[in-house]
Design a protein around this ligand. Structure first.
Ligand SMILES: [Zn+2]
Length: 181
């Protein structure tokens, strides 16, 4: 077995799995984890996901920056490409003259389980006192919102705050994030 060194994020997922350096959490596992967070902490569980995502975005970007000679924009593209290989979804950012216009995620790992089932898990319903079978109407990509904010804030050297305006969990075709003014 090869011993992987340095930045794990630069290795393709099959290599990480082969060398016992990663695990797979499927969409249902993630929905269950979210359900536990919601049951324990209520809406604060969403804030936890967001905060974890943001720190992870910053760490990811710093690790890539330390092990790369590429331009900062290329580093972001590299991170997004690796995340796509890991099944996170297809992330695209739109910049105009260094100004962030939007971020689009197709097939978000965080919401596609809800997209398929059309409902939140019981823990999440209970936490928000929403016991009806109404379809989801609010965006659900809290971790990814934090992840994107962490990476983009570090890259653009200013605080970026995003608003998810469309989400596949709420029945849209893709997840769209706009910068808050
Ligand atoms: Zn979403």
């Amino acid at each position: 077995m090869e011993i992987l060194r340095g930045n794990y994020e630069s290795y393709p997922p099959h290599q990480l799995l082969k060398d016992n350096c990663a695990i797979i959490l499927n969409d249902q596992n993630i929905a269950e984890l979210r359900s536990v967070l919601a049951a324990l902490f209520g809406p604060a569980g969403q804030s936890l996901l967001y905060a974890i995502g943001k720190m992870y975005g910053i760490y990811s970007y710093k690790r890539m920056l330390n092990s790369s000679t590429q331009s900062s924009l290329k580093i972001i593209e590299q991170i997004f490409r690796l995340k796509q290989e890991e099944g996170w979804g297809n992330i695209e950012i739109c910049l105009e003259n260094d100004e962030l216009k939007n971020v689009v995620i197709k097939n978000s790992f965080e919401s596609r389980y809800y997209y398929r089932t059309g409902k939140l898990t019981q823990g999440e319903k209970t936490s928000s006192n929403n016991l009806s079978e109404d379809p989801i109407t609010q965006p659900q990509c809290f971790f990814l919102k934090g992840f994107l904010e962490g990476i983009l804030s570090f890259n653009l050297q200013k605080n970026i705050h995003l608003n998810e305006i469309e989400c596949i969990a709420a029945g849209y075709e893709k997840c769209i994030f706009l910068p808050k003014c």
